[in-house]
Design a protein around this ligand. Structure first.
Ligand SMILES: Cc1cc2nc3c(=O)[nH]c(=O)nc-3n(C[C@H](O)[C@H](O)[C@H](O)COP(=O)(O)OP(=O)(O)OC[C@H]3O[C@@H](n4cnc5c(N)ncnc54)[C@H](O)[C@@H]3O)c2cc1C
Length: 382
């Protein structure tokens, strides 16, 4: 009899396992249907030796000292210089919108005061902001809305910003100073030896109290594995066999493109360093292209290798059997999730955790915080 059967070896499942085994002395079996640990945060070398994030780029950032210190037990860090550009009207733009973007728009140097005055004049006002279109128009004005937001949102969600809750586009930063950083959190770092090594160190720290079975769907082992409690970090609707129908998601298709080192002279004019394909780790494409963003991880991994790999992301319609990437922020999805949550609350011996288990778009630091709290609660009954 093991204490905890944990479904999913991502940040949620492994944080719970580490706490339950190491801190609380319990035994855990972690199963994952994939061939590797790390869930969507897994990184690896591709066939050309380039370190990539195969499930989309993962920029670790947090304001939480607790999470940073907790994970620092399992990794050293390197600075995460996350720099994102948008490609529109045949040029790269500083993004998110900041004073530099404004200067590019004007085609001349400017100032915070001028940008603030411009925004005041161009932003539209609404009595009560109802949707993402209004949220963006009220903060950025129509010019930037059309340039950066409308097309991108349509591709990402297959819905017009008018049909989306204000919160979907509302959280994108706007800065009237020259600050082109993608995110604003206190810690912006990457595991020095990659995410996968961080996860391996978490597993190793548990010693013999932890067993890990990859390539294993929990359904194939759950009835033959006696356990006191189940922790489920997979999609909650699959646990309940889609009783209330499948939860809506957007999925992604990734296309990889390797460029050999012999053909990467760089381009000073476009800001592309020698050995790289594009000027920054991520370029957003709000225009007609069918992909939303293009990622060159070498910019942030600082891997010393001659060639480089680009990964383009194509948002696609989700259907059961595909990878569920983004929970869809529509009221209809919340209604379905609420029904699953009510079923989950009736189960004393099962705890749902993580991005898929709670059907919420959660960043890495948020799932770690939640797994720390929930494991403590399991032990201390708090
Ligand atoms: C494209 C993309 C980019 C992102 N970028 C960032 C970022 O830059 N910064 C950030 O902080 N966060 C980012 N995130 C969010 C981050 O990926 C999540 O916070 C994190 O992966 C959640 O971890 P998790 O363990 O809850 O879920 P997951 O990583 O999804 O792990 C769940 C695991 O459960 C397994 N599983 C499911 N069903 C079964 C089953 N039946 N049997 C066995 N195993 C099963 C799956 O194989 C999977 O490995 C991004 C997410 C996406 C989709």
């Amino acid at each position: 009899m093991i204490d905890y059967l944990i479904v999913g070896a991502g940040f949620s499942g492994l944080t719970a396992a580490e706490q339950l085994c190491r801190k609380y002395g319990k035994t855990c079996l972690v199963v994952d249907k994939r061939a590797h640990i790390g869930g969507n945060c897994y990184d690896c070398k591709d066939e050309h030796g380039v370190l990539i994030h195969p499930y989309g780029p993962h920029y670790f950032r947090t304001n939480s000292d607790e999470v940073f210190q907790y994970l620092s037990q399992f990794t050293r860090w390197i600075p995460g210089n996350y720099h994102v550009l948008a490609y529109a009207k045949d040029q790269f733009w500083s993004f998110p919108v900041n004073l530099e973007t404004f200067e590019q728009y004007l085609g001349r140097p400017s100032s915070t005061e001028e940008m603030e005055a411009w925004l005041k004049e161009h932003c539209e006002s609404f009595d009560d902001i109802q949707n993402s279109e209004q949220a963006v128009l009220s903060r950025f004005g129509r010019e930037f809305y059309t340039l950066f937001f409308e097309g991108y949102t349509l591709k990402q969600w297959q819905k017009h910003p008018r049909e989306l809750a204000a919160s979907v586009c509302g959280r994108i930063p706007l800065r009237t100073v020259r600050d082109g950083r993608y995110v604003s959190e206190t810690y912006q770092v990457l595991p020095a030896d990659g995410y996968t090594r961080l996860f391996e160190n978490m597993v190793d720290a548990c010693g013999t109290r932890l067993q890990l079975h990859l390539n294993t769907d929990y359904r194939d082992v759950v009835s033959s594995t006696p356990h006191r409690h189940l922790i489920f970090t997979g999609p909650i609707d699959t646990y309940f066999d889609y009783q209330h129908g499948p939860l809506p998601y957007r999925t992604l298709r990734f296309e990889r493109e390797f460029h050999s080192g012999d053909h990467l002279p760089g381009n000073l004019h476009l800001g592309i360093p020698e050995g790289f394909i594009q000027p920054s780790v991520q370029v957003n494409y709000p225009g007609e292209e069918p992909w939303t963003r293009c990622v060159e991880a070498k910019h942030i991994t600082h891997q010393r290798i001659a060639g480089s790999t680009l990964i383009r992301e194509f948002p696609e319609t989700y259907e059961v059997g595909k990878e569920p990437y983004y929970p869809i922020p529509f009221p209809e999805s919340r209604e379905i999730y609420t029904q699953y949550k009510q079923l989950a609350e009736k189960l004393d011996q099962v705890t749902f955790m993580g991005r898929l288990g709670t059907y919420a778009y959660l960043n890495m630091d948020q799932v770690v915080t939640s797994a720390l709290r929930k494991s403590k609660r399991l032990i201390e009954g708090m």
